[in-house]
Design a protein around this ligand. Structure first.
Ligand SMILES: [Zn+2]
Ligand SMILES: [Zn+2]
Length: 408
């Protein structure tokens, strides 16, 4: 290991852990501030300010508020011209139930990992490594990372790391590709009892579409998912609904399969319009979420570091197949990266009120800081060892190639 014997590496990791512990008070305060003032996607101005202030106060960071987006930011420490390690923060909340996905803890992990890696790099002045923290809004909505990709915000990174709260520690979960579609049916209103034959029933079109998709579901591959809601279904029982609206999420394990599922669903939506005589309008999302690509080198290192800190990981033979989606998937297609999940001391499920409580609890702090240490140690392993760096880059190329060439 390039000039760093194992005992040297162990002492650098101990220093890294101490740096996290030393900042525990301010990290917890940062997390509490974000948690106690939940803000929706693209409106995270107080969280944005809190994080920018945090890095300003730490000193030595070049802070760029409103980085391409109003509520995105970037903070850089270290020299140009060498490696650049990126840590990502999320901080958007959910409607009505606040930080039920624990994104305040994602922000804390990003802040803690970057401070800790910096602390170690300061003792290694010959190593040319920059640490970059990027605040990425709107994960729960349109996907701020996808907007940021369009601005080239991640292009200068050599690796990218973040961690997401969950029920357990997992170095990888197969988050799925996702598109969403809003479907609008336009019919004709009339009196539902007096002249129903004069109407064109848009609610019927929505019901048929829902049924078409339910039938389609039994013919889908096990790792393809679709689920939807009625957003609008009429205003009064004695008025034939002239307008209805559906919102559906469509997911596949691989991004390249997503267009096939979208095409099948499109036929179902159009058929319902045809059967009822309604006009149909389909609006697919501007930002499509990609599935998250694993990186075996980073996964392995994260598990070794995590275990050294007391984490227990699921075995790879039993991956959780019921994953959601994240805009980190898109990032994982352009930079080698890792998006592990971490236990926060509760068995409550994400997107529940119980999880909101847990994400703001004192108990979550221990797990959050432990995750930050494992993430920063993983980055340290790579920046200290050119072989691991090449291996990580090789894994990235290999998985991208497989992704593009695997049969459907
Ligand atoms: Zn969520
Ligand atoms: Zn989330």
């Amino acid at each position: 290991m390039m000039g760093v014997p194992p005992e040297g590496l162990a002492s650098l990791k101990a220093l890294l852990s101490r740096a996290v512990e030393a900042a525990a008070g301010s990290l917890s305060a940062l997390s509490q501030q974000i948690w106690s003032q939940p803000e929706l996607a693209y409106q995270e101005s107080r969280a944005h300010d809190a994080l920018c202030n945090f890095f300003q106060a730490a000193g030595g960071w070049q802070v760029k508020p409103h980085y391409h987006l109003d509520t995105a930011f970037r903070a850089d420490w270290g020299p140009d011209g060498g490696l650049t390690v990126g840590f990502l923060c999320e901080y958007d909340a959910l409607p009505e139930i606040g930080h039920a996905c624990g994104h305040n803890l994602i922000a804390e992990v990003g802040a803690a990992s970057s401070l800790a890696l910096r602390a170690v790099l300061e003792t290694l002045p010959d190593l040319k490594v920059k640490v970059s923290v990027i605040g990425t809004p709107a994960e729960e909505d349109a996907g701020g990372k996808i907007d940021l990709i369009q601005f080239g915000a991640f292009n200068d990174l050599d690796m990218v790391l973040m961690a997401h709260p969950s029920q357990e520690d997992a170095s990888y979960l197969p988050d799925m590709a996702l598109n969403e579609v809003t479907v609008r049916y336009f019919g004709k209103a009339t009196h539902a009892a007096d002249y129903p034959w004069e109407g064109v029933n848009a609610l019927d079109a929505a019901v048929l579409a829902y049924t078409n998709l339910s039938v389609l579901r039994q013919q889908l591959k096990p790792d393809w998912k679709l689920h939807g809601i009625f957003k609008h279904g009429g205003v009064k029982p004695n008025i034939i609904p002239s307008y209805s609206e559906l919102l559906f999420y469509l997911r596949t394990s691989k991004y390249k399969d997503l267009c096939i599922l979208c095409e099948k669903a499109t036929q179902c939506f159009k058929a319902a319009g045809l059967a009822t005589g309604c006009q149909v309008e389909l609006e697919f999302a501007k930002n499509v979420f990609y599935n998250v690509l694993p990186n075996e080198t980073l996964r392995h290192l994260y598990e070794v570091n995590g275990r050294s800190l007391g984490m227990e990981f699921k075995t790879f033979e039993t991956p959780n197949t019921s994953s959601g989606s994240t805009d980190f998937g898109n990032v994982s297609f352009i930079v080698p990266g890792i998006h592990p999940y971490f236990h926060i001391g509760t068995s409550a499920l994400n997107h529940s009120e119980e999880y909101t409580e847990a994400a703001g609890s004192k108990e979550a702090q221990y797990y959050t800081l432990r995750t930050a240490k494992a993430l920063a140690m993983t980055a340290l392993d790579v920046v200290l060892n050119p072989d691991l760096l090449q291996q990580m880059k090789g894994d990235f190329k290999k998985i991208k190639f497989q992704e593009q060439t695997d049969g459907v």
